[in-house]
Design a protein around this ligand. Structure first.
Ligand SMILES: Cc1cc2nc3c(=O)[nH]c(=O)nc-3n(C[C@H](O)[C@H](O)[C@H](O)COP(=O)(O)O)c2cc1C
Length: 412
């Protein structure tokens, strides 16, 4: 392909005397504006004893050993002239909901601290309320950074104060971090899933009442399952599963959705678990069991992880990478709980029973789930639950077929 950009001159080129092309400051700003930054307020107590602070995007961590950070104030900054009268400074990482505070500390207002209930860090530098975290430092060097100064600081003390989403600055505007969720609220798979779930609502609610358990409908949306209907009937699952909760389909979670799936899809599902060959083999065995049986079982975990709270964090608008990691960890730790072989001589504490809702399309879009079940169930009891849930799934499928036939007649 022909290049439209001129080739750079070779190092041995002849024209070494030409004046450098005039620097395009607008292009510099425009290009660097495409690089996002966090937003911090650098604070200190100036030589008159008054608190001073300025908003800075040019903050960076520099070194772990020794622990150094840096920020770059412009040489003409009035706030920096006051900040540098102190040996110490504090970096306050602003949260996504602190845009007002950001505006105030980016202004030239006389007293930016008016009405702000700051607290002093160990060396007196102001810590701002509501900041995500703060880092108190001692200035070690002021280096030349052109029209800016590179202020190097040794970290003395630091803490995460409010582990929430930070404020971000990008292309001249403010925003917030978002994980690349495969589920969008307007996703047609989600809307259709919710509409299909309506077909089972009535029999599912009846079953929930009868068993005193929680029943829900999960719709497969991309690589996740979303709860599109949930009944509450005083089951003993801690917390409360709600419509909109999501769970990533990472093995061992999601076997019922893979049961009818072609090999490539099964491989994609398996590849989502960062698992050993041995673990993969056992996930394949799980899938084979679900294909054979037509349902998926899981046991109550020994550790008291609040799974619903994890799911709630993961499904929230402000989902953080840490929530995603915790969800992954919970799923991987639960691997041994899925598809147990139940001993008829023993009783069992079942966490969930999941059955696919059959559709004629040849792949599973919806699954029904029972949870919050009474503990200490006999195998006969578990079989009754499976049969009852399967009957609801079949009834739902029948209603969906009828609905499709009616729609067909209307269209015809
Ligand atoms: C998002 C954002 C990032 C900023 N980053 C810097 C920076 O890295 N260095 C700097 O000198 N000023 C920066 N500023 C500007 C100062 O916060 C602010 O204009 C200044 O403190 C007020 O001027 P003064 O210091 O002369 O009173 C930034 C402003 C905003 C809104």
């Amino acid at each position: 392909m022909e290049s439209t950009t001129p080739a750079p001159s070779s190092p041995g080129g002849t024209d070494t005397t030409a004046a450098p092309a005039p620097f395009d400051a607008a292009l510099f700003r425009e290009t660097l504006g495409h690089y996002p930054t966090g937003v911090v307020v650098v604070t200190a107590i100036d030589d008159t004893g008054a608190p001073v602070g300025m908003v800075v995007g040019s903050f960076t961590s520099v070194s772990l050993d020794p622990p150094l950070v840096a920020y770059l104030p412009t040489r003409t900054s009035g706030s920096y002239a006051r900040l540098r009268t102190s040996r110490h400074f504090c970096v306050n990482v602003l949260a996504a909901d602190q845009q007002d505070l950001c505006g105030r500390f980016a202004s030239r207002a006389e007293d930016k601290f008016a009405g702000v209930e700051w607290t002093p860090a160990a060396h007196g530098s102001p810590v701002l309320p509501g900041a995500v975290g703060w880092i108190e430092c001692e200035v070690t060097e002021e280096l030349d950074g052109g029209d800016h100064v590179i202020v190097l600081g040794r970290v003395l003390d630091l803490a995460v104060q409010r582990p929430t989403l930070p404020l971000l600055f990008f292309q001249g505007g403010y925003g917030r971090f978002a994980l690349p969720s495969p589920v969008a609220a307007s996703d047609p798979e989600l809307i259709e899933g919710a509409q299909m779930a309506e077909a089972v609502r009535e029999p599912l609610e009846a079953l929930a009442r009868e068993l005193g358990a929680d029943c829900s409908v999960m719709a497969r949306v991309g690589s996740e399952a979303v709860f599109v209907a949930a009944t509450k009937s005083g089951g003993n699952e801690p917390g409360s599963l709600a419509v909109g909760h999501r769970i990533p389909l990472i093995p061992p979670v999601g076997t019922v959705f893979c049961a009818q799936a072609p090999d490539e899809e099964v491989e994609r599902w398996l590849s989502r678990a960062k698992a050993s060959e041995e673990d993969r083999a056992s996930f394949r065995e799980n899938l084979a069991a679900v294909r054979r049986n037509g349902y998926s079982l899981s046991l109550v975990p020994q550790s008291p992880t609040d799974r619903v709270a994890l799911m709630s964090d993961y499904s929230g608008v402000d989902v953080l990478p840490v929530h995603e990691r915790r969800m992954r960890q919970m799923i991987s730790e639960s691997a041994s709980l899925y598809e147990p072989v139940l001993d008829p001589e023993q009783t069992h504490d079942l966490h969930s029973v999941i059955v696919p809702m059959p559709t004629e399309e040849g792949h599973t879009r919806l699954a029904l789930r029972l949870s919050g079940l009474p503990r200490g169930a006999s195998v006969a009891q578990v079989e009754e639950w499976i049969a009852a849930l399967t009957a609801v799934a079949d009834e739902g499928a029948r209603r969906l077929r009828e609905r499709a036939a009616r729609a067909g007649v209307r269209r015809g």
